[in-house]
Design a protein around this ligand. Structure first.
Ligand SMILES: NC(=O)c1ccc[n+]([C@@H]2O[C@H](COP(=O)([O-])OP(=O)(O)OC[C@H]3O[C@@H](n4cnc5c(N)ncnc54)[C@H](O)[C@@H]3O)[C@@H](O)[C@H]2O)c1
Length: 431
């Protein structure tokens, strides 16, 4: 897909957004990005962003001054100019987003800050690239949509899993009809994260505070982003209901007891988040998605990413596939690697070398920033628009509601205001 159709797709998919920002921006146009939140993730994103020659970082911000200064040093080393540092208070980011020399703002702060920072950036005329989840309440979801529609500024959530090589090859295979109609997908964020719920003294970190008080699927977008793209969610179909249940919470308390001692307050908290949360989503056309969420038990990392169509199945856990049209129609698993090569996505075909040398989840972040910068230059949405950001994030508050009601179904809002019926599916777009 060329640049012109990228913009057309973005505009069509976000029909409500003004498209008069689509200018003669070229891929060599400089993009000036500010960074808010320069902790673990912000620093890693910054390192990838700095690899793009047509990116400048005039300003960085973190509550903790040392972190912002460290980020400023990274920028200075790579770009020979030290950015302005904003630090020392939780609201100092507001000053940064109001600078006149920024086109975009990358937001990599704790979850509770994402939506208000993205809204603040859009109101100041800057394109936000916001970490996952983009919002944690339905009100925040609506604010993001409303602000993006009113200002005409695209809002991209930085969902990097959508750029994994297997995920994009599968998107191409679906578009080429190899799976037939997709009926069901299953995925999960299953990652033993107990160690990062506490600092070294046993105080709860910001993540720990969330799991102390909330029970549901608190990190839905990594598994859901790819699935929503595969299943044309908001582009021909949409989620209409959600049901969510959680097991009891045991893992974190047990872990805290072992790490800090049975008498430590960390071992005495009653953590709200159940160890394994299971969520079922149903679409308007009756198709289904199962999501798992587990941060609290001893296990290897696994996104599952099971994709099930009438003509075949893929399973990410084992990276295997079985297709009716291949392998003489045998009902047997085959390795996916040869298919990934055969159905290489055009983005990977074009950007493989710089992506692989950049690191960042195997190169996914490089491709993600490539699309983000393209969207900023054009001031038009790319493959992940504001409606995707809030639909994928809304599982956070909706699952909490359903768990609290003993697993009763809750209605899934239509953030597109019926445009899902006419939005075209995401095409297999190129660089
Ligand atoms: N996409 C991915 O693969 C991925 C991976 C890791 C983290 N993340 C996301 O990135 C975000 C950050 O995670 P992290 O692991 O870097 O956390 P972190 O705690 O290491 O960093 C967060 C930073 O934000 C700063 N901060 C907090 N409030 C602020 C405010 N009001 N203004 C300015 N700075 C503020 C903190 O001081 C800290 O330096 C989270 O939303 C997380 O979910 C995404």
């Amino acid at each position: 897909m060329n640049r012109r159709s990228f913009l057309k797709t973005g505009a069509a998919a976000t029909a409500a957004l003004a498209t008069n920002f689509v200018t003669a921006a070229q891929s060599h146009d400089l993009v000036r990005c500010g960074m808010i939140g320069t902790g673990g993730r912000g620093t890693s994103l910054l390192q990838t962003l700095l690899l793009f020659s047509q990116v400048e970082v005039p300003a960085v911000c973190d509550v903790v001054r040392e972190r912002a200064e460290q980020a400023a040093s990274l920028v200075e080393k790579k770009k020979n100019r030290r950015p302005t540092v904003y630090a020392g208070s939780e609201s100092v980011w507001e000053e940064m987003v109001n600078r006149t020399d920024l086109d975009a703002v990358i937001i990599a702060t704790p979850w509770e800050w994402h939506a208000r920072m993205a809204v603040g950036a859009m109101r100041a005329g800057k394109c936000p690239g916001v970490e996952v989840p983009a919002a944690i309440t339905l009100e925040e979801c609506r604010d993001l949509v409303q602000t993006s529609e009113q200002t005409g500024i695209p809002c991209m959530m930085l969902e990097n899993v959508c750029y994994y090589e297997n995920v994009l090859a599968l998107l191409r295979m679906i578009r080429e009809g190899l799976f037939g109609e997709i009926q069901h997908c299953e995925a999960g964020y299953q990652h033993d994260c107990r160690s990062i719920m506490f600092d070294e003294t046993g105080q709860l970190t910001w993540r720990g505070q969330h799991v102390l008080t909330k029970n549901g699927n608190l990190y839905p977008t990594h598994p859901l982003g790819p699935i929503a793209q595969w299943m044309n969610i908001n582009r021909g179909d949409r989620f209409v209901s959600l049901t969510s249940v959680s097991t009891p919470a045991r893992g974190l308390q047990e872990y805290a007891g072992k790490r800090f001692g049975a008498d430590h307050p960390a071992a005495k908290h009653r953590y709200a988040l159940g160890d394994v949360n299971t969520t079922l989503l149903v679409t308007a056309s009756g198709r289904t998605v199962t999501l798992y969420f587990n941060l609290m038990t001893h296990r290897p990392y696994d996104l599952i990413l099971r994709l099930e169509g009438v003509k075949g199945i893929y399973l990410g856990t084992t990276d295997r596939i079985c297709l009716e049209t291949e392998n003489n129609g045998a009902h047997e698993w085959e390795p996916f690697a040869p298919y990934q090569k055969r159905f290489e996505h055009p983005l990977w075909a074009t950007l493989r070398a710089p992506a692989l040398s950049s690191g960042g989840h195997g190169g996914a972040e490089y491709l993600m920033f490539h699309d983000f910068l393209k969207s900023v230059r054009a001031k038009a949405s790319g493959p992940q628009d504001v409606y995707d950001a809030v639909t994928w994030s809304a599982v956070f508050p909706l699952s909490i509601q359903s768990v609290a009601k003993g697993g009763q179904p809750v209605e899934f809002p239509d953030f597109t205001a019926n445009r899902w019926k006419t939005n075209p599916p995401l095409p297999v777009y190129g660089a």
